[in-house]
Design a binder for this molecule. Sequence first.
Ligand code: COA
Length: 389
Amino acid sequence: MAASFLRIPLPRVRTSRWRRTPVLGIHTTAAHMQLSHQDFEKAQKDLKTLKKDPGNDTKLQLYALFKQATQGSCNAPKPGMLDFVNKAKWDAWNSLGNLSKDEAIKSYIELVHNLISSEAPVKDPASVSAGQKYDTLQVVSEDNITKIYLNRPEKKNAITLQMYNEIGLALDEAAKDDSVFTVLTGNGDYFCSGNDLNNFTNIPPEGKEKMASDSADILQAFVGKFIDFPKPLIAVVNGPAVGISVTILGLFDMVYATDRATFHTPFSQLGQSPEGCSSYTFPRIMGLSKAVEVLLFNKLLTAHEACKHGLLTEVFPDSTFQKEVWERLKAYGQLPKNSLAFSKQLIRETDKKALHAANIQECERLKERWLSEECMNAIISFFQKKAKL
Ligand code: COA
């Protein structure tokens, strides 16, 4: 079970994030309890079948729930400050306080269920429309929905140049296919960590001006696909979002997020400037002064804050997120396709010209920013920090 995952060293962990582990209803009858214990054993077995590393935070969460479920509240002595791994595990367990064993079992089962279902969304191999032809995405057609999964979980779904192109292609196909609407989501614990900063390190022989110009063209085409997408476009934000994965949210028709998600656009920190039409959409969605705080001053929003400011449609508890969201979307997938598409187009049409203009301006500015000393220094600093770890 979880213990086997936890043999992997856990270098940097944020335990505070999941103190919010939702407590689900408790089974009260003997029959229910028996079922829960059987489910608990099954969940431990299922966990071993996970193909991808679910990330440190999730592993700690599993560890803590398992300890709480089997031994009750944390009663072990606190490890020393320098014993990082055991300290992180102890903190995780201890943060569950006096959560009952039954509640811990229930949350553990839910969490494993969500991990398994997010990893294996394809029930029928025949329903995979185009998954195999993408290196960085997984595309699944089911329930009248085209589901585009960002699929570089080990890099927090950072978007490489190839991935920009592949997302564009997947959107082109989704626009034409039989689906009622399209969903963008991420595999793993992150929705997306934004532009892959390695995009700036591959300087072509023609020089960095060419790199900046090509990147701006790719970005402009990428964002253009979202502006022109003819059917409802829904984001299922399965974890933290950074940079462009936040700014394009203003171009989606609905955004559902787990309460574990955060929204961060550290552009000025990186010597850059906003994209994804956020210079146009964010002030309109959240008001000018909040947009300024977010886009200029790197203000990180929690999911509930982002929802309060209008960027999200709804926030769900992490433990039930996948189940609740996909059930709801499955029902929406039964609605008449053309009616939804025409209604979306009516809502979006008036803004389209302005959005394309904003996209062009933002990409022009970024072309200049990417060549600036401010930006270069910030990128070098990111990779230097990494190298020191
Ligand atoms: N570009 C390139 N690599 C990235 C990346 C990005 N945007 N985001 C994550 N990665 C890589 C990390 O370098 C690391 O690679 P490694 O395993 O080869 O060392 C891997 O993904 C896992 O990320 P890590 O940093 O170990 O995870 P974390 O949970 O500690 O932190 C982030 C996650 C997203 C907070 C951190 O990676 C980060 O700050 N990334 C940069 C985000 C960014 O500035 N995006 C651009 C916005 S405009």
